[in-house]
Design a protein around this ligand. Structure first.
Ligand code: HEM
Length: 498
């Protein structure tokens, strides 16, 4: 890509936005280059110099090369999370969260929390999730009755935050039923984060109100989480059957302190556990809500896939949609038989992956493109798994502008078969998403319990102007960090058969 001796790749970056709205999510940036410079497909990596806005970047698209720093089974061979990511999230989690920790500390906490996300544990959460989805459906019915356009993202967030509350604490945050300041406080904290050194970010950094507001929002969050933890710890008759994140944190705390300090120090426990609870709530609700919105959008644009999805639900969850929840509650394993539904979710995550990994280069890690023979030292670089672009590579995803859930059902040797390591919305390797099983089950369940009862129609105000499309789609992702649907995905909802 052309490099200017003063402006680096800034001019070229600007050009990439020529045909798309400026507000488009930066996760999609590499895919914009891909359209303009077909030669970079061969390289599999884009070297990007937009200093001083941000440190130099290696955007890695080729799945084989991403695997070199991400999928290594030996943790020491994977690149650590980037310093920039750690600095950015410090005001929210003080470095005490699973997402930005590294090394032995990360390994210890991951081992403590892993049992909370096993397939078995997640399956036992089904009846509690169904209660939340039932409230979501009540909201959908109300919206349908009003005939108004609604921001689906907000309805979906209220649902996913209540679901994550169940998984993390065993509590219901009642976001859907009554509203809860937690979600807004977390979202407002995110707005104060400094992701780079652009003029906008510097203005934010110098804002005298910033630190006070971050502190104020932290108090709101603590005022929701601390009483919930206290209530949970004193509630010996808890009806939650599954291991919650809280119960696993208590177990680890007691194991550490049983000899030296037999008394349970609630304040010390809260100080160390709240950032952990917060990262699960933060990472677990927004990504899932975004994926649900895009699934509804893509299904609304692809009626033949929607019809196939509904017939799968008729066959597996029974012909009467009103009985489906009871069937799932009695046998959550039924969800594993929803293979087409799973393929729909995967294809949604292929087209609109809401997150990616940002790692810190190291002097001892060099990336190799075995096809071209080129090598890329990583020291001094941010190394980014450019998932959005990886998911658009024709070599791995033929007919990539089409919504084709069938590719995830194709066998090796068939045209649509997805190549090894290419599908990575949750990332792969030891630092892959801990919550992926939960997210997939939740999405399968929500689709299984809604798509036969409702039709979703996208309000065209979120479409790109002039019939333009990006990778076949007229709706696009916005947002500085994780991707969100444009305009909160305004939609009209109709009850089917009316
Ligand atoms: C569709 C939904 C989801 C997507 C697409 C997604 C995606 C990802 C990705 C790409 C990563 C790697 C990030 C990085 O390397 O910096 C990640 C990590 C993580 N995710 Fe998710 N996620 C989803 C749902 C969830 C849920 C439901 C939870 C929690 C309950 C969760 C909790 C986490 C945590 C704690 C990490 C850090 C794991 C570690 O480093 O050990 N995510 N997720």
């Amino acid at each position: 890509m052309p490099h200017h001796f003063i402006f680096g790749h800034m001019i070229e970056s600007g050009k990439a936005f020529k045909d798309v709205p400026m507000e488009i999510n930066r996760l999609t940036l590499t895919s914009l280059f891909l359209r303009q410079h077909s030669d970079i497909i061969k390289d599999g990596i884009i070297v990007m110099d937009v200093w001083p806005m941000i440190d130099p970047i290696l955007y890695v698209m080729d799945p084989e090369i991403v695997s070199q720093f991400s999928n290594q089974q030996v943790l020491a061979k994977t690149l650590p999370k980037s310093n920039q990511l750690k600095d950015m999230f410090r005001p929210m989690f003080q470095g005490k969260d699973l997402l930005t920790m590294d090394g032995p500390e990360w390994k210890r906490w991951r081992a403590i929390y892993n049992p909370g996300f096993s397939a078995r544990n997640v399956a036992t959460m089904a009846p509690e999730f169904i209660e939340e989805i039932d409230i979501f459906k009540r909201h959908l019915r109300k919206v349908a009755k009003s005939g108004k356009v609604v921001k689906m993202q907000q309805l979906a967030i209220n649902l996913t935050i209540d679901v994550i509350g169940r998984a993390v604490l065993g509590n219901n945050f009642k976001c859907q039923a009554e509203g809860n300041p937690l979600e807004k406080a977390i979202a407002d904290q995110v707005k104060w984060l400094i992701p780079n050194r652009t003029p906008d970010a510097l203005v934010k950094l110098l804002n005298p109100f910033r630190l006070y507001d971050l502190w104020r929002l932290e108090r709101i969050i603590r005022n929701v989480l601390a009483p919930a933890v206290r209530e949970n710890l004193s509630n010996e008759t808890s009806t939650t059957l599954h291991k919650t994140i809280l119960s696993l944190a208590v177990k680890a705390y007691l194991a550490e302190n049983s000899d030296s300090n037999p008394k349970f120090d609630l304040e010390a426990f809260l100080n160390r556990t709240i950032p952990h609870l917060k990262i699960f709530i933060f990472a677990g609700h927004d990504t899932t809500a975004t994926s649900l919105c895009f699934a509804y959008y893509l299904l609304s644009q692809n009626p033949q896939c929607l019809a196939k999805l509904r017939s799968e639900h008729d066959a597996i969850l029974g012909p009467d949609p009103s009985q489906a929840a009871a069937k799932i509650a009695a046998n959550p394993q039924l969800l594993n038989s929803l293979v087409y539904t799973t393929a729909v979710i995967k294809e949604t995550l292929r087209i609109f992956p809401p997150a990616l990994t940002v790692r810190q280069g190291r002097p001892d890690v060099t990336l190799h493109n075995h096809k071209t023979g080129k090598t890329y030292p990583t020291d001094g670089f941010l190394v980014i798994g450019a998932t959005f672009a990886t998911h658009k590579l024709e070599e791995y995803f033929p007919r990539n502008e089409e919504f084709l859930p069938e590719r995830f059902l194709a066998k090796e040797g068939e045209e649509l078969y997805v190549g090894k390591n290419a599908f990575r919305p949750f990332e792969l390797g030891p630092r892959a998403c801990i919550g992926q099983e939960l997210a997939m089950m939740e999405l399968r369940m929500i689709l299984g319990l809604t798509v036969r009862e409702f039709d979703f129609e996208v309000d065209e105000s979120v479409f790109m102007d002039g019939g333009k499309r990006l990778w076949g789609q007229r709706v696009y992702m916005v947002g500085g960090l994780a991707g969100h649907p444009k305009g909160g995905m305004p939609m009209r909802v109709k009850v089917r058969g009316r």
